[in-house]
Design a binder for this molecule. Sequence first.
Ligand SMILES: C[S@@+](CC[C@H](N)C(=O)[O-])C[C@H]1O[C@@H](n2cnc3c(N)ncnc32)[C@H](O)[C@@H]1O
Length: 298
Amino acid sequence: MPWIQLKLNATSANAEDIGELLMSNGALSATFTDAQDTPVFEPLPGETRLWGDTDITGLYEADADMQAIVEVLKKSPLLADDFAFKVEQLEDKDWEREWMDNFHPMQFGKRLWICPSWKPVPDENAVNVMLDPGLAFGTGTHPTTALCLAWLDGQDLQDKVVLDFGCGSGILAIAALKLGAKRVIGIDIDPQAITASRDNAERNNVSEQLELYLPADLPEGILADVLVANILAGPLRELSGSIEALVKPSGKLALSGILEQQADELIETYSQWFEMDAAQVKEEWARLSGQKCSKSQQ
Ligand SMILES: C[S@@+](CC[C@H](N)C(=O)[O-])C[C@H]1O[C@@H](n2cnc3c(N)ncnc32)[C@H](O)[C@@H]1O
């Protein structure tokens, strides 16, 4: 079925109210997009943080009377009589299928492949992670995930305990298990990430070795041989003391979600406890890695 979309521009102050105005006047959905290019990094679960300059797109059924709808919108105090808008016919497509068709198997490092769970694997003998990200972050297409996957592929994880701090879809946790880890602990602040990680672990037959926790439920006394955290520079800085304490002496660490220009400051922070390597960069994102000093206190 084809659709009609109405596009208009707003500010962060009135975007949500205008979205509600569209919804109460026939729109089936209201979508907010950045009119400039100002990334909003990682809002908290349930939080809608908008850009200063926001485009709003209302989606309507094909037979909606757009002229009448625009006349009603003009009467709202939220919009000027001559507000700028664009009405477009939206091509009919199977949108879910389109996304699925564009997600292909991808190789990381030498052994590891991330494969959409609905497509055949290219190499049966490779280390294959079958993935359906659901509503959580982590398909392997983002540079930060790709940098962490390539790092994990280069580690000897045989029989190791791995901690995935900010597990999202579970992509890193499951890759670690498939690369030989005996136990992986995944932590995330978002309950949807816990669900997606559990579903993906079952899909890969590794759910018995994967423990998943919201941060408040993490048992005491966990010490990992390897910790990987793909969150953001802010939380990596604020949580550095907690992250450090979860790694065994001589244990390994990889951090991402860091913009290239934030790398030096984080290297300095983590150098208190770890021998840090040079940052590896992909597009604008950096991955840091290091090994904990053997004399660090537990
Ligand atoms: C960028 S995603 C990474 C997902 C996956 N590990 C990957 O590499 O693709 C970051 C994840 O960390 C979670 N997160 C953010 N801050 C966190 C915190 N303070 N503690 C635990 N998880 C956090 C988010 O909910 C999100 O699922």
